[in-house]
Design a protein around this ligand. Structure first.
Ligand SMILES: C[S@@+](CC[C@H](N)C(=O)[O-])C[C@H]1O[C@@H](n2cnc3c(N)ncnc32)[C@H](O)[C@@H]1O
Ligand code: SF4
Length: 329
């Protein structure tokens, strides 16, 4: 692939990581993420599989080495197996890593294909190990499907990281048990603070649980040592000595992770956001459909990428959130 100038924003940050949403649809309705009566976009507004590959290629040609597929739920996108195969063909030719963030409900079906296409790691979202609570939080999910998916992924040789949104009154008493379970299964664990994204019926302030309080609580039972490696993403990592567990914490409201930001996010419609917490965006779909180069749009994105986000828990930003995954990097 022809290499063109790297993507470097006006604050000198080099963009090497893209989160690519492949659909806005999902088979679950997690309370903190989607409305019960979610309205999805007409299909024509979503990029086709071929267009998603074109977007990926445009980023790879500009120095992006890691792509994470997300959604909505990426594994409910029709043709996702084909898309992963196509993107997998870019590995070793500019692309260094292809990963996926999934709710795991369809993972048993896809695990072997993902591995065959070159995926080595997946993030699976799992907020509870109790079937009733899981159904309550996701409004419809069957825990057994997700656990089956996780087991299949492990058997296929994929490394797993569990993403758990910490929710006051819903799963806070399960955080230590989840850490033990992940350690015993050989999975990493990342805890996520709820973010003020999207339009949902629940009042998120009711379930907002600051991770500094979670950390203090865990430290009553475990030794948490800050881990040196940063990924350029929003997580801080700790080694939990007693469990041999790598524990990530994503604290968008209480922590600042913008200085080293190396990423941009592409919605399934082809809208690229320079930052999750700001509305700065560039549309790629019309340019793609006109058969034109995406480079000028990517350059404009770099010029305008904001210095940082400005979340407030009471101020949702539905325009940003609707078609994209927010975390799990
Ligand atoms: C939007 S989902 C998309 C991928 C896939 N459907 C999944 O659930 O993993 C990506 C991640 O964002 C998290 N998430 C969604 N809404 C959130 C919110 N309001 N605050 C914090 N995390 C959220 C989910 O828990 C999940 O780990
Ligand atoms: S967090 Fe993931 S699984 Fe849950 S509703 Fe949102 S997109 Fe679907």
């Amino acid at each position: 692939m022809e290499r063109r100038p790297d993507l470097i924003d006006s604050y000198g940050r080099r963009i090497s990581y893209v989160r690519l949403s492949v659909t806005d649809r999902c088979d679950l309705r997690c309370r903190y993420c989607m409305s019960e009566r979610m309205e999805f976009l007409p299909r024509a507004e979503l990029l086709t599989l071929e267009e998603l590959v074109q977007v990926a290629d445009a980023f790879i040609a500009r120095g992006v080495t890691r792509i994470r597929l997300t959604g909505g739920e990426p594994l409910v996108r029709r043709g996702i197996g084909q898309l992963v195969t196509w993107l997998g063909e870019r590995l070793g030719n500019g692309l260094e890593e292809l990963t996926l963030t999934t709710n795991g409900t369809q993972l048993a079906r896809f695990a072997a294909d993902l591995r065959a296409a070159g995926v080595r790691r997946v993030n699976v979202s799992l907020d509870s190990l109790d079937p009733d609570r899981f159904r309550h939080i996701t409004r419809r999910g069957e825990l057994a499907d997700v656990l089956g998916g996780i087991a299949a992924a492990k058997a296929a040789g994929l490394r797993l990281k569990v993403n758990m949104v910490a929710l006051k009154g819903l799963n806070e008493d399960e955080i230590a048990p989840m850490a033990r379970w992940c350690a015993s299964e050989g999975h990493d664990l990342t805890l996520i603070e709820t973010m003020p994204l999207g339009t949902v019926e629940d009042d998120r302030t009711d379930h907002y649980l600051p991770l500094d309080a979670v950390k203090r609580n865990l430290e009553q039972s475990f030794t948490l040592t800050p881990s040196l490696g940063r990924t350029g993403g929003p997580a801080r990592y700790y080694d939990v000595a007693e469990l041999g567990l790598r524990l990530g914490m994503i604290t968008p409201l209480t922590g600042n992770f913008c200085t080293g930001c190396n990423r941009v996010r592409v919605a399934a419609t082809g809208t690229v956001y320079g930052c999750l917490g700001q509305d700065q965006k560039i549309e790629l779909r019309d340019t793609l459909r006109a058969g034109q180069s995406l480079d000028p749009a990517l350059d404009a994105l770099m010029q305008a990428k904001p210095k940082g986000h400005d979340f407030e828990i009471a101020a949702p930003r539905p325009a940003v959130a609707r078609h994209m995954s927010v975390t799990g990097g």
